[in-house]
Design a protein around this ligand. Structure first.
Ligand code: FE2
Ligand code: FE2
Length: 274
């Protein structure tokens, strides 16, 4: 896999932003708020799961994965810290994080199972984030009306998710994880993720006062189900996870590499994992 660089974002996250920060669009702002509210707890779970999983590998395999793990943890720990700062403004504007409470109770349950299950769940979520990142990076119009600093936040995160998309999958395979559980967990993760995303987005829209407006649901249709919408565009990539010969690296990373190359003024590279 490519070397993973940890990057410190050079953007202002102290100045508050509008509730409908994405060009005044209530639906897309609420949708992205929902995702962001899930990141601090979710990304900590991914870090903890891979730490647990890698301990079960032979010393030789631990050495093989050492740099990937270091890069993965460095990137995810940075994401969760930055999104906590973003979320601070979200919560100050009246949103309530219900997703985190549900996730914490599920994590407690998962952590009682063997580590390989936590790693399989992480690999499934990482596929989701990689598919979402591909859509975000290939549809620049989605964030075009957002403040530049928030465009940077989301596209930096999307680029790094693309960069480290294979780490949890490779560790699952190295642990001897089988195909049956890999697919089973993807189905469970898909149900939980989409339900959580829907519930939190609806709750955000309710707090925003725009839940019952026709313009909100027109935006939802356009951004999710129209020809280039998130779900329509991503369905084929999501399904690839169920193929026996699937590997996350088959997902093209050109847009991620391009964004990182052309936006070097927006971050400080803190070092590579090798
Ligand atoms: Fe992340
Ligand atoms: Fe990730």
């Amino acid at each position: 896999m490519t070397d993973l660089t940890v990057r410190k974002l050079l953007i202002d996250l102290d100045t508050p932003f509008e509730l409908r920060w994405n060009g005044g669009d209530a639906f897309t702002s609420a949708l992205m708020y929902a995702l962001s509210l899930s990141f601090p707890v979710g990304e900590q779970f991914f870090i903890d799961s891979l730490r647990r999983g890698v301990k079960e590998l032979s010393p030789e395999l631990q050495a093989t994965f050492a740099q990937d793990i270091k890069g993965f943890i460095g990137q995810e720990a940075t994401h969760r810290r930055i999104h906590e700062r973003f979320n601070h403004h979200v919560l100050n504007q009246g949103m309530v994080n219900h997703w985190e409470k549900r996730a914490l109770s599920r994590i407690e349950h998962i952590n009682q199972k063997a580590a390989i299950h936590a790693v399989a769940i992480t690999a499934a979520y990482e596929h989701f984030t990689s598919v979402f990142a591909a859509w975000l990076l290939s549809h620049p119009e989605f964030l075009a009306q957002a403040p530049a600093r928030l465009q940077t936040l989301w596209l930096w995160h999307a680029s790094e998710e693309t960069e480290h998309r294979s780490v949890s999958f490779d560790i699952y395979r190295a642990m001897g994880g089988n195909e049956v559980w890999r697919r089973r967990w993807m189905i469970s993760v898909s149900v939980f993720f989409l339900t959580d995303l829907l519930c939190q987005t609806i709750n955000n829209l309710w707090h925003d006062g725009s839940l019952f407006k026709a313009s909100t649901w027109r935006s939802a249709w356009r951004h999710l189900f129209a020809k280039e919408g998130l779900f329509t565009f991503s369905l084929a990539d999501w399904k690839k996870y169920f193929s026996a010969d699937f590997h996350p690296s088959e997902h093209d990373d050109q847009l991620s590499r391009q964004w990182i190359h052309t936006h070097s003024q927006t971050y400080q590279a803190l070092g590579q994992s090798t």
